[in-house]
Design a binder for this molecule. Structure first.
Ligand code: MN
Length: 201
């Protein structure tokens, strides 16, 4: 079974002015689509072809094409799912309590996550992950790696991520990655992040 590029649950222009329509269109229909097609080509006819993406990331890790394109497929799929128009604000309920427990406050968490995104040199991602114990952790990874891969990042299960490749922001923000990171906080779908937190803690 080949992997399929997931549809977005909103229009390309729905996240404006934070993420612009042109960037969203190219990012989803070209970049994410490219990772999806190259992943499928890399696993076709192998043992990986019938595995879940989570298992492909672990079992195909030593194959560079699988690692890069499997990561690209998974990372962007998660990224779109935690974005939403008219979202932002702060998390509530158990996730809010866990963030306060682990980081001291929502503001302190925002600072740590933003710093991880801002200081990743070159291309990569920032992550919030939950461990089975309920512990939350922030990290960043290079290229299309992610914390589900063996010995990459903080481990645990990613529940929030931010793409800091230049293709994610350069059309609108040029070199101003910090402005892009600031904008991200206005379009986070905390309901979805909470759902992932509850499913994986
Ligand atoms: Mn990307």
């Amino acid at each position: 079974m080949a992997f399929t590029l997931p549809d977005l649950s909103f229009d390309y222009n729905a996240l404006e002015p934070h993420f612009d329509a042109k960037t969203m269109e190219i990012h989803h229909s070209k970049h994410h689509n490219g990772y999806t097609n190259k992943l499928n080509a890399a696993i076709e006819g192998t043992d990986l072809a019938d595995q879940s993406i989570e298992n492909v990331l672990v079992n195909g890790f030593s194959n560079t094409a699988v690692r890069n394109n499997g990561g690209g497929f998974y990372n962007h799929s998660l990224f779109w799912s935690i974005l939403s128009p008219n979202a932002g604000g702060a998390p509530t309920g158990d996730l809010s309590a866990a963030i306060n427990d682990n980081f001291g406050s929502f503001e302190a968490f925002k600072d740590e996550f933003s710093k991880a995104a801002a200081t990743r040199f070159g291309s990569g991602w920032a992550w919030l992950c939950v461990h089975k114990s309920g512990k939350l952790e922030v990290c960043s990874t290079a290229n299309q790696d992610n914390p589900l891969m063996p010995s990459i990042g903080c481990g645990g299960t990613p529940i929030l991520c931010l793409d800091v490749w230049e293709h994610a922001y350069y059309l609108n923000y040029q070199n101003r990655r910090p402005d892009y990171i600031k904008a991200f906080w206005n379009i986070i779908n905390w309901e979805k992040v909470s759902e992932l937190f509850n499913a994986h803690k």
